[in-house]
Structure formats: C-alpha cells, structure tokens
Design a protein around this ligand. Structure first.
Ligand SMILES: [Zn+2]
Length: 301
C-alpha cells in the first residue's frame, strides 16, 4: 500500500501549500481521498494517472476538502474519459456537483455515480475481493467521516521448492493457495502446511480529518498499520480546538497511542505556522512513531 500526499494544509491554497487531498494505492486501486482546490494540478505534478482514479472519497463539505472536485470531474470529461467514476461523500454532494454541471450545460461522457452518506455509525461503503472501505464518524463543525481502508487476508503463498519436491501437478497450485491439502503423483495426501507459507499480514490505513479530539473512533481504528490524523494546531493554540472542531498534534498522538497504531502521520496544518517541527516534537512527547505529512511526499504503508 502506498500513500501520496497531494495537499496537507487547512484553509486556503497558497503558492507552496495545498489544501487536503491524498492518493492511496491499495491492491491495484487508486483511491482519491478528499479533493481540495488544485488537486488536479497536484495529480499532474506527481504524475498520477488520471484514468486510474475510479473512486473518490470526500470527508465533508468544507471547501478545503472538495473545491477541486467539480474541476476534476470536468477535466475527466475534456480528456474523453469513458470509465465509471464513483464519488462517496456526505448527503448534498450530488446536488452541489450536478447543479454546477447543469447550469454550465456540461454533460458528461462517462457514468458518474454518487454514494451519499448520512449515517452517524460506521458503514461499509466499498468492498471487493481484496479491499474494504468503512466510514469513521468524526466530530467536526459539520457532518464529517474519516475512512478506514483495509486489505483482506490474501491467499497462502506457494512454496514452489516444496511443491516440486513433493511431485505435485501444476493444476493443483490454485487449490493449494486456497489452503487445501492435495495428493501427489503417488496418491499420497500432502498437508497444505508443508506446501505453503503464511500470507502477508493485511495492512490498513485510517484517515481522520477533520476532527476535534474524538476518542469514540479509537475502537474502530485499533491496531491500524498507519493513521493519518489531523493536527491543525500546536499546543499554544489548543484553546481554538473546541470552537473550530479541530485537534492539536498532542490530541492526534493520544488517539494514536490509545489505538496502538503502527505509525501516525500528522497533517491539515493551519497555515499560520512557518515551521512544522513543533508538530512532530509535541506529538512525540506522547507517541513515538510520528511522521509529518508534506505535499508531494509518499509513504509506504
Ligand atoms: Zn473542515
């Protein structure tokens, strides 16, 4: 799994900082998470192939998380896209986007599907044979969901040397990977354990932005491989968290610690700060494995 940060700042786009958007590469899907203004330029800058994006997840309807969406939808049209596009986001997103397209008489040449979310409980919103995506209800000024992306447990791995040594026909390989015992050329039953290795441990990524300190989400994100949690403020502006529905780096770190996550990535910084160093050190006073998101940076998960 690979995460590329396209933008990780709050509020307004500036010359060197971009509002929120990320691309998650997971089991051959390219999921776009939030789509702040300028996202399509960031996609080009970081050479993300537009045509591979088929699913876009929008956390909430504050502009710094979706003002780039109608532009991207429109560019897909100009590029002659034909593939389906699925958009997951809060109820109302369909109305906003369709109104803009309708008044501009911009009829799309590809199928656009909206999956509107209004539940206050976690919901499965995407599933295929390799991946699931669930909402993570968050606590913000308006209705907001984070997203939990999980790999499913894969097939067992073939121990080719053992399989060949046991004299097993190639036509049984698929069955072996699914965990079955099989017979060799001498009709002897060979245990699956002798022929395979354990599958890779499934990985998971939780995206939590925007939110005030919200311990209710801890049970849902327990033990995730990587957590991205917003940290709009440093401690010195912690008094602003309640009125704005945001978190400090320390809040993010205590969620990470209580949820025993593998790694914490901080982001959604207020543009008032000229240096990000203090975000890391304040978070590290609570939780040790902290990294700072940076526009254009890629993390392996
Ligand atoms: Zn917001």
């Amino acid at each position: 799994m690979k995460l590329t940060i396209l933008g990780c700042y709050s509020a307004t786009p500036r010359i060197n900082t971009n509002p929120t958007s990320q691309v998650l590469n997971i089991r051959n899907h390219l999921f776009l998470i939030d789509c702040g203004e300028g996202t399509q330029i960031q996609l080009r800058r970081h050479r993300v192939k537009f045509s591979r994006i088929r699913h876009i997840f929008i956390s909430h309807l504050h502009g710094d998380h979706y003002f780039g969406l109608v532009g991207l939808i429109s560019t897909f049209m100009l590029l002659g896209r034909e593939a389906d596009l699925h958009i997951y986001g809060p109820k109302g997103i369909k109305e906003i986007i369709l109104l803009q397209l309708k008044l501009g008489k911009s009829w799309l040449n590809y199928p656009l599907f909206f999956h509107e979310i209004e539940s206050k409980d976690p919901q499965f919103i995407f599933e295929d044979e390799k991946v699931t995506v669930q909402t993570i209800p968050l606590k913000h000024r308006i209705y907001t969901n984070g997203f939990l992306f999980k790999e499913k447990k894969g097939e067992r791995k073939l121990n080719l040397a053992a399989v060949q040594k046991a004299g097993i026909d190639i036509s049984y390989y698929r069955k072996i990977k699914k965990g079955f015992d099989v017979k060799n050329e001498n009709e002897e039953l060979i245990s699956n354990k002798e022929l395979t290795f354990e599958p890779d441990i499934p990985k998971s990524y939780a995206y939590c932005s925007d939110t005030a300190f919200h311990p209710d989400c801890i049970s849902q994100i327990k033990n995730v491989t990587t957590l991205y949690h917003e940290s709009t403020f440093l401690n010195e502006h912690g008094h602003m968290c309640d009125s704005t529905g945001h978190s400090t780096a320390v809040h993010a770190a205590s969620i990470a610690k209580k949820a025993s996550v593998g790694k914490l990535i901080l982001g959604h910084y207020s543009t008032r700060y000229s240096s990000l160093d203090l975000f890391k050190s304040e978070a590290e006073s609570i939780f040790e494995n902290v990294e700072l998101a940076k526009d254009g940076k890629t993390f392996l998960i």
